[in-house]
Design a protein around this ligand. Structure first.
Ligand SMILES: CC(C)(COP(=O)(O)OP(=O)(O)OC[C@H]1O[C@@H](n2cnc3c(N)ncnc32)[C@H](O)[C@@H]1OP(=O)(O)O)[C@@H](O)C(=O)NCCC(=O)NCCSC(=O)CCS(=O)O
Ligand SMILES: Cc1cc2nc3c(=O)[nH]c(=O)nc-3n(C[C@H](O)[C@H](O)[C@H](O)COP(=O)(O)OP(=O)(O)OC[C@H]3O[C@@H](n4cnc5c(N)ncnc54)[C@H](O)[C@@H]3O)c2cc1C
Length: 407
């Protein structure tokens, strides 16, 4: 892939033009959702009206057929203005919905597409209280019973829990005779306002978070929750390697999450540049102090390098062929971008002095928002372990004794 050419293609990305048209108003409202801890329904309506929710959904299902790279460019633009909105865009185009579009039956695609196109941010439900990084240790089960599956278990830190309609729930599939089949994806539709309130599905609590305060992070409980067999997402390798297939699709969301962090850093860098030229001390602009010039140079390099890696990872997908971003590229880009972005936003806050610490500028919100990205979506440590495995071409089992040869 020629990164330069593809990045240059941003000029032909009509989705980016649409996002740019919305950005100023979205930036203006970003502080409001944060202060009020409110989900940004108004923004969602505008995104949906502009065709940005579901832009990656294939045209035959009503979407825009945009590539992950085009989507990533839009996500960066959104994140510069409002982290919350950028997260909704990621989940409205990558992650769960992309898994449904790639692996689902036509009936599942026809069912899911209009929900997202109308503005839903699907929820991806992987993490459990005792299975965070060690996601394959999940204990939520789905027992087959005739033409249904009965789900029992608990997921926590589920982004959008309580507002999302479409849920992709990872669970251990168990056949009627008790045989463990592997980890599969189960689609559950919740829309209480319209009377769709599946029995056995409940939002048990909402976390009080440091940043992204308008986004609910929920604990979900499933108690004998029934899922029809035709709502099972049957991935190419079947249940046996279902986890690997689902995580393969999830690589798109990792690129998305990394891009949000980079976009927040790019936004903070813009604010810092403005302030360096504007603010005077010792009778001259801050921009004339070499200590700050070197900071801004490092910040610029960090954002630029992150963008190159992220867009390379996004561009490694072949959407028409259902090929998701490369696992190693996605992990490398997200681990790098998330760590660098925290540093860049922290440095931007430093450049603002006390003004950055207060809430007259958006920097303190951006600083709180950007912090999550070395955690959510696979921690930086876990992603680096995946990168190391790929660089060294070895398996990197994390369980005690995992490196020992089999008995
Ligand atoms: C994968 C891990 C859970 C480690 O667990 P294990 O050591 O038990 O599993 P592995 O042997 O490494 O993997 C099993 C199987 O799956 C394949 N795999 C794993 N990850 C990927 C991937 N990203 N892409 C493609 N394939 C993948 C792996 O190659 C194995 O296949 P083979 O059997 O070898 O053929 C752990 O590393 C991990 O990823 N933990 C993080 C969990 C995570 O990311 N959770 C995210 C939750 S959603 C979220 O946080 C949303 C926030 S957001 O803003 O987006
Ligand atoms: C804002 C936010 C949104 C989220 N959204 C979702 C969502 O929508 N859906 C969902 O399913 N999950 C979601 N998550 C959960 C997220 O995926 C997990 O938090 C993450 O996978 C880490 O799990 P954990 O928090 O249990 O940390 P743990 O796994 O307990 O890890 C704790 C610390 O130990 C380190 N560690 C653990 N194992 C290793 C190892 N083998 N080697 C080196 N270091 C290690 C970790 O890097 C981390 O620093 C979200 C989390 C956050 C913060």
């Amino acid at each position: 892939m020629n990164i330069q050419n593809d990045m240059f293609a941003a000029t032909q990305n009509t989705y980016l033009d649409r996002m740019r048209a919305l950005s100023p108003a979205i930036a203006e409202r970003a502080g409001h959702w944060d202060r009020e801890r409110q989900y940004p329904w108004q923004n969602i309506q505008e995104l949906a009206q502009s065709g940005l929710m579901g832009m990656t959904i294939p045209e035959r299902f009503g979407g825009g057929g945009a590539t992950f790279l085009q989507c990533a460019q839009v996500v960066e633009e959104a994140a510069r203005a409002c982290t919350l909105t950028a997260r909704i865009l990621v989940e409205g185009n990558m992650g769960a919905i992309s898994a449904v579009m790639a692996f689902g039956t036509d009936a599942q695609r026809e069912f899911a597409a209009p929900i997202v196109l109308a503005g839903d941010k699907p929820a991806i439900c992987i993490t459990e209280p005792t299975a965070g990084s060690a996601a394959t240790e999940m204990t939520t089960t789905a027992h087959k019973k005739g033409d249904r599956w009965i789900l029992n278990g608990c997921k926590h830190w589920i982004t959008g829990g309580g507002v999302s309609k479409l849920h992709l729930i990872f669970a251990r599939a168990v056949d009627e005779d008790g045989t463990e089949l592997g980890i599969g994806g189960f689609l559950v539709h919740v829309d209480k306002k319209n009377g769709i309130d599946p029995k056995g599905f409940s939002v048990a609590r909402i976390e009080r978070t440091m940043g992204l305060c308008g986004m609910p992070e929920a604990e979900l409980h499933f108690t004998d929750l029934e899922v029809a067999d035709d709502m099972v997402l049957r991935t190419p390798s079947g249940f046996k390697r279902g986890f690997a297939d689902l995580m393969n699709a999830y690589n798109s969301q990792r690129v998305g999450a990394g891009t949000i962090s980079m976009g927040v850093a790019a936004g903070a860098l813009e604010h810092a540049k403005r302030y360096l030229l504007e603010r005077q001390q010792f009778g001259r602009p801050l921009a004339e102090f070499q200590g700050l010039q070197w900071m801004i140079a490092d910040m610029e390099a960090a954002v630029h390098a992150s963008r190159l890696m992220l867009f390379e990872a996004a561009g490694s997908a072949e959407w028409g062929n259902n090929r998701f971003p490369d696992m190693m590229m996605a992990a490398r880009a997200k681990a790098f971008a998330s760590e660098q972005s925290i540093k860049v936003v922290n440095d931007a806050l430093q450049i603002f002095g006390a003004r950055g610490y207060g809430n007259e500028e958006p920097i303190e919100r951006m600083y709180r928002d950007v912090r999550m990205f070395t955690i959510g979506g696979g921690t930086a440590q876990i992603l680096k372990t995946q990168v190391a495995g790929s660089v060294l071409n070895i398996k990197t089992p994390q369980k005690r004794g995992g490196y020992l040869p089999n008995a």
